[in-house]
Ligand binder design. Structure first.
Ligand code: PLP
Length: 384
């Protein structure tokens, strides 16, 4: 079988050995219901407590502020819809950005059908929204602001510290989607003034279908799933003990190695970027060169169609993506790149590489060689 060069870690990551081991143990031995009043139940409850403690220490927050969910999407939905609904008569206006993940954007669309008004702040050409434009969009009836910490397509960091300070000072709930940053950059909830923060396990070496929402003590939140009252009544349903065990192990691994993993990823991304820009003519990085998470590289190749390039790369075992993978095969131009001012054509000629600590220099060099051939081939075909 052809070797796989996996450069789509923004879509998902392989399960790390630590998460797999933790999950296997729970899967075979700890089958109790965490609500059960016997040792097997207590053992299951301990799995939840241990993972919660791991996450709370990574975020410098209280354990009771961590609500386990089925992943990034559910966490975003719960924060946006639950935060808006909990604000009741205080107002029905929300501020978000045009570059959010669809979990946030489509939750806002749903709220619009209930009569809420939503302002979508657009980024500059560098892919970042300005804190001032978010502040200017706020009205007296604004109840919630939702701005992601880093964008998943470009990796560009957003000014969430400043936005959080402003929201807190104005008594407005602030949600941030930290799926692209948690485990990669140090986060401290005593400094980041967010009421809600979303994380997904499968973007950091944990299992798919698991994640959490940080809910600040005292923040108003209406549940969106009703039932037996698990997770302080904010997310009912018997907890996914296996997934949560995997999440806890993945968090520990990321936290203990954050600097080493970050440096390695950054070095590999720099190598990929430098070689592409130097060795393939008419190529451009989309978004800020400096203000980015370590692993993401969104590149535009003039005169080619990104999806055609992806097919050629796949033929050589290389996985990358056009726009966000989560857009299940939609051929629409990326809403993120068009919001940054790229034309539809420029957006369609862009692809995203997302690296992590498991990638190697050999993989990067192999990818550059394949890219050189493939881009040249596609440009020749187009000229014919
Ligand atoms: C992947 C992703 C999500 C969705 O997380 P799932 O666990 O796949 O539902 C949300 N936001 C961002 C920024 C993401 O990259």
């Amino acid at each position: 079988m052809q070797k796989i060069v996996y450069l789509d870690n923004g879509a998902t990551t392989p399960l790390c050995a630590e998460a797999k081991a933790a999950m296997e143990r729970v899967m075979s031995d700890v089958y109790g219901n965490p609500s059960g009043n016997y040792s097997l139940g207590f053992a299951a409850k301990k799995i939840l407590n241990d993972s919660r403690a791991e996450i709370a220490s990574a975020l410098n927050c209280y354990e009771s502020e961590i609500i386990f969910t089925s992943g990034g999407t559910e966490s975003d939905d719960l924060a946006v819809i639950g935060g808006a609904l909990a604000s009741g008569a205080r107002g029905r206006h929300i501020v978000t950005t045009g570059i959010e993940h669809h979990a946030v954007l489509n939750s806002c669309r749903f709220l619009e059908t209930l009569g809420y008004k939503v302002t979508y702040v657009m980024p500059g050409p560098d892919g970042a929204v300005s804190a001032d434009s978010v502040k200017e969009a706020v009205r007296p009836d604004t109840v919630l602001v939702s701005v992601m910490q880093a964008n998943n397509e470009t990796g560009v960091l957003q000014p969430v510290e400043e936005i959080g300070e402003f929201a807190r000072a104005n008594n407005i709930l602030f949600h941030t989607d930290a799926v692209c940053t948690f485990g990669k950059l140090p986060l401290d909830m005593s400094r980041l003034k967010a009421d809600f923060l979303s994380v997904s396990a499968h973007k950091i070496g944990g299992p798919k279908g698991t994640g959490f929402l940080y809910v600040r003590r005292g923040a108003a939140l209406q549940p969106t799933v009703y039932g037996g009252g698990q997770e302080r009544g904010l997310r009912s349903g018997t907890e996914n003990t296996v997934g949560i065990a995997g999440l806890g192990a993945a968090v520990r691994r990321k936290r203990d190695n954050m600097e080493i993993f970050g440096e390695k990823t950054l070095r590999l991304r720099a190598r990929l970027q430098k070689r592409i820009l130097e060795e393939i003519p008419d190529t451009h990085v989309n978004g800020s060169l400096t203000n980015r998470v370590p692993g993401t590289l969104n590149i535009r190749f003039d005169g080619i169609v990104g999806t055609s390039l992806l097919i050629l790369l796949d033929g050589k075992g290389i996985c990358a993506s056009a726009g966000a993978a989560c857009n299940n095969a939609s051929q629409k131009p990326s809403h993120v790149l068009t919001a940054m001012g790229l034309t539809e054509k420029e957006s369609a000629s862009s692809i995203r590489f997302s690296l992590n600590e498991l990638n190697t220099e050999e993989e990067i060099d192999y990818t550059v060689e394949v890219l050189k051939e493939s881009v040249e081939y596609l440009r020749k075909m187009r000229a014919l």
